[in-house]
Design a protein around this ligand. Structure first.
Ligand code: BG6
Length: 489
């Protein structure tokens, strides 16, 4: 079957092919792309890991992963095509000599080599050294890596320096899977293709903006990783700050990677630092205790498998963020994200300013402000909350809050919403860097987040408890209430 788009076929090498990321996300996304005929017929997928198995073992693992994680079932014809692309090489990733084996497999003449680092960052250095030693890389090769790119500025510089020894910045594709989400991309369209928003997107019309990334899941058996990381580094340093930059950036001159990245960097540079002088008033940390999610009892953070019962790692964070530039002067952004909250909900709410005078006092003592609500997931869509006259011939005009509701699933019935990984893996294969992060963005984000982490450390701040299944600690309500506002719930 013919692939829908043509670009050079690839040899996609997945380092850490037997690991969680590969099983849960990459193989599933690649299969889905196969199903949608987006993979070039000659593209191959080469799994690399320490396990002593043959290609048949890797194919078996891929099949099992699809059975476990693919919600819509395996199509035998698609599987036949997909499995024919898969092969496996046993390499101890810490042994640079062993990478020479790749030379016998990779075909640089007719394919682009894509190196997907689906491993913990402590292995990045040895993979880079191995690739260097095997002399297999060409200027066309690419590498894909994803968070965590370090756990602070210093460690991210170290990782980026190692990678830079063998790959140029143009060859590096840093993934934040939120940038592959349909609704995050739609922010560009919403803001820069609709004059109604383009002209009203600043401090004169907007009162404040809320970004909520609420998760229902807990730490999903990842105690070791999560406890060293915490919600600030796991979710806010990357996903929430990326959403923030898309909302706050100036119009880029075009959709090229450099143009977009440069505008995002300007936003990150304009974030007002949170330091020990203002951390208490601008941040809230929380940690879940036992509770109920959809009626089912779930353990608290400190009772999770493998937990250290003394841990003070946060599973919730709420912040007031100020952007010190012309457009956003005086417009606070309230960000919150947490695990084990009431439900899975990612949304942006833009609150417009109240009108200066109310001539509809029969309906509202104070006119409620317009709201633009962007549902990123689930139920992707955009809503505008506005006031409308209730139809009728009463003596007095009566108003009611109403919603203009654009649900993606109702409006675009024929289009499937692709997952973030599908989109980004495909873009890496196409060689389109637009949706990936530059080194400077990552380092700028760490600079800002490190300051918060240091301030918490300075105060020896312990997280506030909240029950699993709630909206987080009461202190997060107080954080926004101090400014006379409330979270959208
Ligand atoms: C990952 C985090 O980056 O994003 C996880 O490490 C988190 O802790 C996940 O659960 C959330 O992604 P999504 O796409 O389900 O919102």
């Amino acid at each position: 079957m013919k692939a829908k788009k043509t670009f050079k076929p690839c040899d996609l090498v997945i380092y850490g092919a037997m690991g969680d990321l590969s099983k849960r996300k990459l193989l599933i996304s690649l299969y889905r792309l196969e199903n949608a005929n987006f993979i070039e017929p000659d593209t191959r997928i080469i799994g690399v890991d320490l396990h002593d198995i043959k290609s048949s073992g890797f194919i078996e693992l891929a099949h099992k992963s699809l059975q476990e994680f693919l919600s819509d079932g395996i199509d035998s014809k698609v599987w036949e095509r997909f499995s024919a692309r898969l092969s496996y090489l046993k390499i101890d990733l810490t042994q640079p000599d062993q990478y020479l084996q790749l030379n016998a497999v990779i075909d640089q003449q007719s394919r682009v080599m894509i190196n997907y680092f689906a491993v913990s960052p402590f292995l990045f250095k040895s993979i880079c050294q191995g690739l260097d030693k095997s002399e297999i890389l060409t200027e066309n090769s690419r590498m894909v890596m994803e968070k965590p790119i370090g756990h602070n500025l210093k460690s991210s510089i170290e990782i980026n320096d190692e990678v830079a020894k063998v790959f140029t910045e143009k060859q590096v594709y840093r993934i934040d899977h939120y940038l592959g989400k349909e609704t995050v991309l739609n922010l560009l369209a919403l803001r820069f293709a609709n004059s109604i928003f383009t002209t009203n997107w600043n401090h004169s019309t907007i009162d404040h903006i809320q970004i909520t990334v609420a998760e229902e899941v807990g730490i999903e058996g990842r105690w070791d990783y999560f406890d060293k990381t915490g919600q600030l580094r796991d979710m806010l340093q990357n996903h929430l700050l990326q959403i923030l930059t898309f909302i706050a950036m100036e119009p880029p001159v075009d959709l090229e990677a450099d143009s977009i990245q440069n505008e995002k960097i300007k936003v990150l540079k304009a974030l007002r630092p949170i330091t020990s002088n203002n951390v208490e008033e601008k941040t809230v940390r929380g940690q879940y205790s036992a509770g109920y999610i959809k009626g089912v009892a779930v353990p608290g953070y400190l009772e999770e498998d493998g937990a250290n019962t003394e841990s003070t790692t946060e599973s919730f964070v709420a912040l007031r963020v100020d952007i010190d530039n012309w457009r956003w002067a005086g417009v606070p952004f309230y960000l919150r994200t947490g695990k084990r909250l009431t439900g899975k909900r990612t949304e942006i709410v833009v609150y417009f300013k109240q009108l200066p005078h109310n001539i509809f006092k029969d309906s509202f003592r104070e006119l409620p402000p317009n709201k633009l609500i962007i549902h990123l997931q689930p139920n992707e869509g955009v809503e505008i909350e506005m006031l409308n006259k209730i139809p009728g011939i009463d003596e007095h005009i009566k108003l009611q809050k109403t919603k203009l509701d654009l649900s993606f699933s109702d409006t675009f019935k024929k289009s499937r919403i692709f997952g973030g990984y599908e989109k980004l893996v495909l873009e890496a294969m196409r060689g389109n860097p637009t949706l990936f992060l530059s080194r400077e963005e990552i380092e700028q984000a760490w600079t800002w987040v490190d300051s918060i982490q240091d301030a918490w450390h300075h105060y020896k701040d312990t997280p506030k408890p909240y029950s699993a299944g709630s909206w987080g600690p009461v202190a997060s309500v107080a954080l926004i209430a101090r400014d006379g506002r409330a979270w959208e719930e």
